[in-house]
Design a protein around this ligand. Structure first.
Ligand code: ATP
Ligand code: MG
Ligand code: MG
Ligand code: MG
Length: 431
């Protein structure tokens, strides 16, 4: 007899098989029991008829409790009425691990309760679907950058310096000195680009975000590609190709998960149409003012502005050339205007906000040294970075994509905490 996983069921129609699964729930009568089963690959139903299995086995099955793990023996049957399309006619069950008093019952629970029980809640439909889509986005990221000739560069998580200011940094002791948890791999990616041409970092980043928004975690995963010999225009093309590749990968591989989440697949498909609009920051400010937003040139956008701008175009939109003062020190100056930098944020529609931040990097040693001083950062800590301008600097551009922002958008989740297995926020360090 074959031992299968639920996702293999379509290949075993009419066959007797053995399956290891957990019991999510069950219902039925004194004659029939319907077992809601899961094994990590899919959800489906086992049907038990007293007439078929006899009194003893039926009584044993009827007494099973939620989240009991077991081996089931039975025959796979196609059933177009069930969401998965297949069911099992169960002949017998062997309990592997008992389960008493499982806390997440079929009734509705509040978010805090579910997050307190995240280690168990992972087993349920919504995290299952969302985190499998996350997995596709991770796999597709490696595929895309490998295809485009990038190598993955691992940047350090313990650092001595603070590229974007210290307010959001987690501090830790490091023997007899201080260290910070990395908030970006950006500067290291630039060093990598000068060595390997095209690199991407992909790892956890840390920010002591004091704001409680639907979009900010204190620990999140970022993908930061950096390309030597590349100006910003070409970088925007890489970015939109990458986003379209990610969305197409999810459409191709996660049909089942998107249906479990009730995500609009036609809408997702529309986001694979390139190019995305490019709108200058100046024009964005005008557009916002025309639509009664109280904004002045020079401010960074918050959630209402970002939501309005992307929804206005009904697709992801690049906002380009931000004011210098609200961006990181390394962004390239505009040749004609001293008050803006060659930068762009990609905003997602449907209220998901900033997905990517990126820019061309300035290559002038003296300018960068002066910017570092102006920002009040210790120049000694950045000497290695300035070296990159001393020894054969070339035009280069890069960007950072927040993985959980992407997951939240693609899955249509309402809050970024759903997009990572064990979320870390201002109020949550457990489980
Ligand atoms: P925001 O304006 O939303 O606070 P940011 O401009 O501070 O984001 P960047 O420094 O540009 O963020 O980081 C690059 C990307 O990392 C962002 O575009 C976003 O996708 C993601 N990101 C930034 N901060 C967070 C966070 N706290 N939690 C999850 N993802 C984040
Ligand atoms: Mg921020
Ligand atoms: Mg921002
Ligand atoms: Mg940004």
């Amino acid at each position: 007899m074959d031992t299968i996983r639920i996702e293999d069921a379509p290949h075993f129609v009419g066959k007797e098989v053995r399956l290891g699964a957990w019991l999510r729930n069950k219902r039925g009568s004194n004659k029939m029991q319907f077992l809601q089963l899961r094994d990590g690959t899919a959800f489906f139903q086992g049907v038990v008829a007293k007439e078929e299995v006899g009194e003893d086995i039926f009584a044993k099955i009827k007494a099973l409790t939620q989240e009991t793990s077991m081996y089931l023996i039975g025959t796979i049957r196609q059933d177009d009425r069930s969401p998965f399309g297949y069911e099992m006619d169960v002949k017998d069950v062997t309990v592997v691990g008992a389960s008493e008093g499982y806390p997440i019952t079929p009734k509705e629970h509040g978010t805090d309760f579910l997050m307190d029980h995240r280690h168990l809640y992972l087993r349920h439909i919504q995290p299952f679907a969302t985190l499998r889509i996350r997995n596709t986005l991770i796999a597709a990221t490696y595929e895309f950058f490998n295809k485009e000739g990038f190598i993955k560069l691992d940047s350090p998580l313990l650092t001595s310096s603070a590229p974007e200011g210290t307010t959001e940094l987690f501090h830790t002791e490091y023997f007899d000195t201080d260290a910070y948890l990395s908030q970006t791999g950006q500067l290291y990616a630039e060093a990598g680009a000068m060595a390997f041409g095209r690199v991407f970092t992909f790892g956890p980043t840390f920010r002591a975000e004091k704001s409680k928004t639907r979009r900010h975690l204190t620990e999140f995963w970022m993908i930061e590609p950096e390309m030597a010999w590349m100006k910003q225009d070409e970088s925007l093309e890489v970015q939109e190709r990458y986003i379209a590749y990610l969305i197409q990968a999810v459409l191709d591989r996660n049909d089942y998960e998107l249906d479990l989440l009730g995500r609009d697949k036609d809408l997702l498909k529309s986001y694979t149409q390139l190019p995305y609009p490019r709108v200058s920051y100046d024009d964005a400010i005008d557009l916002l003012k025309e639509n009664d937003f109280d904004v002045e040139w020079g401010v960074d956008f918050g959630s209402p502005e970002e939501t309005f701008l992307a929804n206005h175009f009904n697709k992801p939109v690049f906002i380009t050339n931000f004011p210098k003062e609200i961006k990181a020190f390394y962004m390239k100056r505009d040749e004609e205007r001293d008050d803006i930098v060659i930068s762009a944020d990609l905003l997602a529609p449907e209220g998901y906000g900033e997905i990517i931040g990126g820019s061309e990097r300035d290559t002038d040693y003296d300018y960068l040294e002066q910017r570092i001083k102006e920002m009040g950062l210790p120049v000694e800590d950045y000497q290695w970075y300035l070296d990159l301008r001393q020894y054969g600097a070339v035009p280069h551009s890069g960007f950072g994509l927040g993985l959980e922002r992407m997951v939240t958008w693609v899955t249509g989740e309402e809050h970024i905490r759903e997009a990572i297995p064990f979320p870390r926020t201002m109020n949550r360090l457990k489980p």
